[in-house]
Design a protein around this ligand. Structure first.
Ligand SMILES: Cc1ncc(COP(=O)(O)O)c(C=O)c1O
Length: 383
């Protein structure tokens, strides 16, 4: 049977990972500054993570959500402790799209309304409801276009209030720092006012922290910098360091009822073991602090490279903006220097999303390689 060919693939086959590196079958070493789409939070094959998964697999890998699973409670407890988000309830699922899908469904149940407001350049996933609130028409099938959704400009408070006033809005969903869209972040004032407006018009405020959460920005959640309290927070990517796990944090004022949400695999024993190992390592190795201090280092380095027109994002969720399209540069970094970086819908942006325990010396390697390639570009332009 052939694979359904939906992914453009690089001709590289990683077979092993260690810390910030992956290795192919011939032992060629690649520096991973992309973490497989921001997923690798504590580094590849972290010993505590391997132990956690191995021990749990040796005991019990899975049983359904019809029996007690104390690992889920342990994970919820630890998440509260490490994130500092009090008075939330946790629902576990398997991916970012599923987390957002559950967030929207729950908001709709809670408010009895169905319209959802989203923003330009948003990416919330590819399943039915969340692709409808993603700003990319090319990935929406006719089936996905039946939802009641309205797109607004990011930072447009007046537009937001005008829509909320119609009193048919179940939820407002946003990424505090947009990932796929290109690292845009609105002002604190916008997030604060948006959150207040949601309260005023009884709409649920959903922060999609699937990419920006789990310490990536130097805060546990990106919204924490803005002093707001979302009603629902969706999480995935860094949460399992590659093990498929996602979830939503739900404000205690939103009441649970049996049957409201559900999943077969979500919150299984192995995924909880992965989630617990990630939080343990984040705490032990103070990875949020590392994300913040490496960011300062990167800012300093970037300020000396004139071809970088703008540094977007914060912590280890970064975008380097150039005045040319970066597809060729990314290929050269990968094939000539063995460094993985990412792209965004803004074609002039190089995305950097490394493991959170990355060190300055890894960024030194990256900037050396970048300068070699930028120098070549300057020469080829002159020549
Ligand atoms: C902000 C955001 N939300 C949701 C998703 C969807 O997550 P998943 O691919 O796990 O379904 C992504 C994935 O890139 C994302 O960046």
């Amino acid at each position: 049977m052939e694979l359904f060919d939906v992914y453009p693939l690089y001709d590289i086959t990683p077979v092993k990972g260690e810390g910030p590196y992956v290795y192919d079958a011939e032992g060629k070493k690649y520096l991973d500054l992309y973490g497989g789409h921001a997923v690798i939070s504590i580094g590849h094959s972290h010993p505590l993570y391997i132990d956690g998964l191995r021990n749990q697999a040796g005991k019990l890998g899975f049983y359904s959500n019809s029996v007690k699973n104390p690992l889920q409670e342990e994970l919820a407890q630890k998440l509260e402790e490490v994130s500092g988000c009090l008075d939330y309830q946790l629902f576990l699922c398997n991916s970012g799209a599923e987390a957002n899908e559950n967030a929207l469904k729950l908001a709709s149940f809670h408010t009895g309304k169905s319209r959802v407001l989203y923003f330009e350049k948003a990416f919330h996933g590819r399943t039915s409801g969340v692709v409808a609130v993603t700003d990319n028409e090319s990935i929406k099938a006719p089936f996905n276009k039946g939802h009641q959704v309205t797109k607004l400009a990011f930072d447009d408070l007046a537009g937001l209030e005008e829509e909320l006033k119609k009193e048919d809005v179940a939820a407002v969903i946003l990424e505090v720092i947009q990932g796929v869209g290109g690292l845009d972040e609105a002002s604190s004032q916008f997030y604060k006012s948006a959150s207040k407006l949601c309260k005023k018009y009884a709409a649920v405020f959903i922060a999609d922290e699937v990419q920006s959460g789990y310490g990536r920005t130097g805060n546990f959640f990106a919204f924490q910098k803005h002093g707001i309290r979302p009603d629902i927070i969706s999480i995935a990517k860094g949460m399992g360091n590659g093990f498929p796990v996602g979830g939503i944090l739900i404000d205690k004022n939103i009441e649970a009822k049996h049957g409201l949400l559900g999943t077969t695999f979500g919150g299984n024993h192995l995924s909880c073991a992965a989630g617990l190992a990630v939080l343990e390592v984040m705490e032990k190795e103070q990875l949020m602090g590392n994300a913040g201090s490496i960011f300062n280092y990167v800012q300093d380095k970037v300020s000396r490279i004139k071809e970088i027109k703008n540094l977007k994002g914060r912590g280890l969720m970064l975008g380097l903006e150039f005045d040319f399209e970066v597809a060729g540069l990314r290929k050269d970094l990968l094939f000539k220097h063995h460094i993985f970086t990412g792209a965004a819908s803004n074609k002039k942006l190089l995305r950097i999303l490394p493991p959170l325990n990355i060190k300055k010396e890894h960024f030194d390697n990256f900037f050396e390689a970048l300068e070699v390639e930028l120098e070549k570009l300057v020469h080829s332009e002159r020549g």
